[in-house]
Ligand binder design. Sequence first.
Ligand code: AMP
Length: 261
Amino acid sequence: MLDDAFKQMGLSEIILTALEKKGFEKPTQIQSETIPLMLSDDRDIIGQAQTGTGKTAAFGLPIIEMLNPGSKDVQALVLTPTRELTIQVANELHELKGAKPLNITPIYGGQSIEKQIKQLRRPNDIIIGTPGRLIDHLKAKKLNLSQVKYVVLDEADEMLNGGFIEDIEFILSQTNSDRKTLLFSATMPSAILQLAKKYMNEYITIKTKKETLATTLTEQIYFEVRESDKLEALCRIIDVEDDFYGLIFCRTKRDVDTINE
Ligand code: AMP
């Protein structure tokens, strides 16, 4: 059941229905602080929040609430450091919009350029993407960001670590200077604050306590092993568990192939 805290935020029925369907009950801290502020205050926002705190809905819900369907122009842009996050954010926003007729399009490297060009010819309200591929489309004049109302820099510290600073600056230079900018980052190194100073208007900072939704039902264990023993150790863990269902994350394609074998 949806809690009153969600109902009193100023979100419309169509969005509340989507939240109910998604099984949300109470807003998380970053959501309680960001959503009402976004809906009532013109200032930009910096949110210090990690993955798992509900930050996607914190920026996604008010943006979805405030966009008017039927525009020919891209109205909101979310920049993320990786294709995985792009897909994850696009899926989450797609669920959060419920029945509101907004077009949400992920654009990332590794996907067919032609397919993306076709998608970009159609009206798109919200584009989520990785900087490199977005720049390709901007330079080819397949993407026009001159009318965007909202720009979100998601996992900004990861984007800076990934060396995307110049790409981000180029993309921001192609957007409407009247936009509202939101920056989310788990850490706040000085490079992030410089970026904010340069590209954001007056902003409010929201800090969250360490709270993670995604991990409350998950026991976390780590094993220290030598590099050369890792695969063997993993095989033993899988062997001793009766039911091993899992996701294995690797750093390189080669590791994925080896483990898969
Ligand atoms: P995020 O930090 O945005 O990556 O969200 C982490 C996960 O928490 C996602 O699966 C969300 O759907 C979920 N989530 C976000 N907000 C809430 C909420 N208020 N109640 C329950 N789950 C939530």
